[in-house]
Design a protein around this ligand. Sequence first.
Ligand code: IK2
Length: 463
Amino acid sequence: MFRNAAAICLHLVGPLQGKKAGASAAQCLHQTLTMAKRLPARRLDGIDHNPWVEYSRLAAEYDVVNLGQGFPDFPPPDFAVEAFQQAVSGDFMLNQYTKAFGYPPLTKILASFFGKLLGQEIDPLTNVLVTVGAYGALFTTFQALVDEGDEVIIIEPFFDCYEPMTLMAGGRPVFVSLRPVRSPAEDGKLENSSNWRLDPEELASKFSPRTKVLILNTPNNPLGKGPQVYSRAELELVAGLCQQHDVVCVTDEVYQWLVFDGHQHISIASLPGMWERTLTIGSAGKTFSTTGWKVGWVLGPDHLMKHLRTVHQNSIYHCPTQAQAAVALNFEREQQHFGQPSSYFVQLPRTIQHCRDHMIRSLQSVGLRPVVPQGSYFLVTDISDFKKRMPNLPGAGDEPYDRCFVKWMIKNKGLAAIPVSVFFSAPQQKNFDHYIRFCFVKDEATLQAMDRRLQKWKEDLRP
Ligand code: IK2
């Protein structure tokens, strides 16, 4: 807040130079602070600390191979770049506003593409909303549906914005954990994300008359738990409970095309009776390796979507037209190539599966124990052995161990990752502080740079 106030004041006195400007800025800042009663809105209470900022800043300070944040560091496919170029240099009207709820060719192709996948007649006007990335879709959804005191069931580990978005809307997060059902040490094999399961009774116990929404993320960030873990049976369990308790299911499926080992993604909205109570969220950033475009969407029945449209038209209103036009062209291409070897949705998971396997082999060489993911960009790796061998890292005791470990790894091993405890609610963080998350959607040069750092680490480990 301080920094923002100072920045505003400096902006206001911008034309002044030197000491005079400094004095005016200080005076202005003083006045700003005196005037402020309680500056931040109450909805920000408890959510002002964002661990990502801390780890990103630290990673930027050191010479690291950055395997923290989830974005590809290789180019998008040529057809995607060409589509964007066409959108920028083609029809000049694409420089202007488009329809508030989505550029019509995009809503049309999303409706027809996902309509086939979900086995549902989807109307481009009433069942599709284009948003600023999947983040925008999530925010709009929470604002539209969650009211003071409403409960939102969040399955942990969870993509970290679900909790603050619930709180900002006045809701109460109710957490239920996925837990590994078998220790990898039991049979010497690597753990698999499908071994992280929901306890059906525990899940059922979380529903109450106040439950409004359950949020599902499949394939899951950070675990990579995909179609095997959220098998049809597990999705049916969730679906049955949502129907029994009249709850809306929000399903974040941004990694739906990033599914490995020949598995098929299942959308919960395609299960019987679920379309009417499900909002399905997607991201062109993850779909076409273009995270900077920030185009996302929500699909769902009109009786839910109309409330999202109210939030959208009173907040963002329009998303950038050219990026939407490019995404529309990409989906039109995918529709033509669907299921064929030329389809990006066929090629991308194959390429990324190689990256996953490369990383798994490399991490094992230093005694890290990756949990093999079935989908997404990420894998979590077990650092229990280090916790036993190096329990006293700086900060250990004050904060969850994985956070100290990541800081130590950035500073001493030149590798950046994300501590997995940030994907858990506060009471569970200590129980899951022996995992860290790596992003493997990286090009060969980055993975080789990782190999070199790990090789050096391995040499350091020699007695
Ligand atoms: N939902 C999930 C599950 C996501 O992972 C993301 C974005 N990725 O996160 C980066 C990271 O974890 O390092 C989103 C939604 C947001 O997608 P978008 O970029 O389309 O807003």
